[in-house]
Ligand binder design. Structure first.
Ligand code: GLU
Length: 444
């Protein structure tokens, strides 16, 4: 079994792309198969090396290492050979319409209430007319001649039986007038020649599949099994700008853990509940393509953040040490980590707690007299997790305050926040000197 993830390196991967990558990977591994990264870089004008690097980096961050990598730009000879075959078999024909002419035809059809299908007028061009166009300096684009009497049908592993009447489809352009291949043919040639057995991709490719099946047949290639996953949407509808434009790099930089992303993306849109998993192996073991449904997959960034918090709350210092250093927090030690981990949504939040505990803040003082009293009662000696209880017991006895009345003003004075990690954990980190100053209303 071989699956492939086939991004075009014309931009950064976003959450939808990486979901497809993950599902391809998990599917292959769950069947003891292989996962291939195929860089779809036939569009030499729009493809950039920096995006190829980013794709590799994103996959690595998620823990996905491809068993194989191929680049379409190294395989043009293969596509040329396929083109020759299609030409010889009368399945490819040259067309000379300009984009403007095609747009006009389409508009005209729409105005008549007709579907905007290509009318195949190029099939009727005489050799003379073709030469005339060429003499005018027009270069042809090439269309694949669909068998429009047929119905393209396949058993989609997610969508069930699919049927497309090909008379409702336009002959697809395989080569543009600038000689560039469109996605259609190279993808099919590669799926055949590289031995791809399972094509898993987003449902925006469903109609491409109907067309590509005819290309598979025209090239006498073995049809792979297809599965089209539903697209990710937000609660408001389509992927919003904020969420949709969020690249994997952005998510990584916001301090979200790869396993929070992987756990989320492996489970949304399936019959399993979305829960945190600590390794890809666990996700592999639970993977089953039949758990995926057709309904749109609803996503909000907060969903991943929530999972991320859950993961961080149970993460050991060893697990996060390197990542903390990578985001400029190499000063964090185990004691500090254990004190704050249950109160953060992402590793970036550790920074805020570091500032609160170790740098200067302006305390929020509500009752000066009470604070001064409390400051006087701060214990001497080495502070540990017991210190908070010993101290607040003493404050309670002296002032008669208890519960929220007692704890909230102390929290605000010590951290300038209403919420945060347990004070018994962070009081020793703040230290006696700073605590006294803050209780006395000083910026410290
Ligand atoms: N390069 C295509 C894309 O990014 C690949 C689609 C496919 O998986 O076949 O949409």
């Amino acid at each position: 079994m071989l699956t492939r993830f086939a991004p075009s390196p014309t931009g950064y991967l976003h959450i939808g792309n990486i979901r497809t990558a993950l599902i391809c990977y998990l599917y292959a591994k769950s069947k003891g198969g292989q996962f291939m990264l195929r860089i779809d870089d036939t569009d030499t004008q729009r493809s950039e090396e920096k995006y190829v690097d980013a794709i590799n980096q994103d996959l690595k961050w998620l823990g996905i290492s491809p068993d194989r990598t191929e680049r379409q730009s190294a395989r043009f000879a293969r596509y040329d050979a396929a083109i020759e075959k299609l030409k010889a078999d009368g399945r490819l024909y040259p067309c000379y319409e300009t984009q403007q002419e095609l747009d006009m035809k389409r508009k005209f059809q729409m105005n008549q209430g007709l579907p905007p299908l290509y009318d195949r007028s190029a099939l009727n061009l005489s050799d003379e007319q073709k030469s005339k166009y060429e003499a005018e300096g027009r270069t042809p684009h090439w269309r694949f001649k669909l068998d429009q009497d047929k119905v393209s049908t396949w058993e989609d592993e997610i969508r069930g039986t699919q049927k497309f009447e090909m008379r409702h489809m336009s002959d697809p352009i395989l080569i543009r007038e600038n000689g560039m291949y469109t996605y259609m043919l190279p993808s099919t040639v590669d799926d055949i020649e590289l031995g791809v057995t399972h094509v898993l991709r987003g449902e925006d490719h469903v109609s491409n599949t109907a067309i590509q099946l005819q290309i598979f047949d025209a090239l006498a290639g073995t049809r792979p099994i297809f599965a089209h996953n539903s697209l990710i949407k937000t609660k408001e509808g389509k992927l919003s700008k904020r969420v949709g434009s969020q690249s994997v790099g952005d998510i990584r930089d916001s301090g979200i853990e790869p396993m929070a992303v992987a756990s989320f993306l492996a489970k949304i849109g399936t019959s399993d509940s979305v829960e945190i998993r600590e390794s890809l192996e666990q996700l592999v073991a639970e993977f089953d393509i039949s758990k995926f449904g057709r309904a749109p997959t609803i996503y909000e960034t907060e969903d991943i953040e929530r999972l991320n918090s859950k993961l961080l709350h149970v993460s050991s210092f060893d697990k996060v040490k390197e990542e903390l250093a990578a985001i400029g927090l190499s000063q964090i030690d185990e004691e500090f980590w254990l004190a704050v981990r249950s109160n953060i949504g992402s590793l970036q939040d550790v920074k805020e707690w570091w500032q609160i505990c170790k740098e200067v803040i302006n305390p929020t003082i509500e009752d000066e007299e009470f604070m001064q009293e409390a400051a006087k009662l701060l214990p001497q000696g080495n502070w540990n997790e017991e210190t908070w209880k010993n101290w607040t017991d003493a404050v309670k006895e002296r002032t008669g305050r208890k519960g929220k009345e007692l704890f909230m003003p102390l929290r605000k004075a010590l951290t300038a926040q209403e919420h945060g990690p347990e004070l018994k954990m962070i009081l020793p980190l703040i230290g006696r000197e700073r605590a006294i100053a803050r209780l006395n209303g000083q910026a410290a």
